[in-house]
Design a binder for this molecule. Sequence first.
Ligand SMILES: [Zn+2]
Length: 282
Amino acid sequence: MKRGLKLGKFELFWLSGGRFAIDGGAMFGVVPKVLWSKKYPCCDEENRVPLIASPILVKTPNTLALIDTGLGNKLDEKQKRIFRQQGGWDILKDLGSLDIKREDIDLVILTHYDFDHAGGVVMMVEGAGLALTFPNARHILQETEWQDVLNPNRRSVNTYWPINYELLKKSGNLELVSGEVEVVDGIKAIHTGGHTRGHQVVKMESAGQTALHMGDLLPTHAHFNPLWVTAYDNFPLDAIEIKKELESRGIKEGSWFTFYHDPFIQACRFDEEGDIVEEWKG
Ligand SMILES: [Zn+2]
């Protein structure tokens, strides 16, 4: 049975959405390796750092919500090799251990549509072909992100894969939002841009406790410095500004910060200097 992080009346569980490894330089952008390797374990023989793609189940008194969906089960052998994927996409098994079926999920909030976040929106069901993984869930995405998914540029075409969105497009499950929206009681989607034009973050609040999920603006605990943005950010200067603002606000509120890509720490609280004062390993 998985352990959950209690947040007021909510409980947060990190699910196994895939383990992979990518180039450390890409993950830390312009930051020299001598600096980032003091904060994050470095590296295999090809300079790759270990990462996970970990969707978060947010259990509230009346909703089962997921933040992002992991790598999914549709990668072919070549893609698995390229991303050094080890460890499968086991989120349905993890949900099962909590007595939750995929049909029970009410809400999927997608921070953005990169394949490592949206790969689990559509799954391959043995003997039945492709299907929406969470057929009864509202799928929340920023309007601008969806526009870009449908009209990718030369770079984003490599990460917005039709196999991950065509079924969602045809279904009635997609709900586009703009700006800041309370999607259910205590859970807000907030547009940020920065990583992608339509990137959004998630703020959770219950009984005076808050958690902030900053998606790929804060992929691991080691990315706290606002200037430490990844080379994957499409709008790095925007990312730096919004990250700084969200972090200071979160720290003032005593908020938890939750991570999607961090295999070492799933959530933590920071002090004003960015030092970790409390951590959660789910
Ligand atoms: Zn990512």
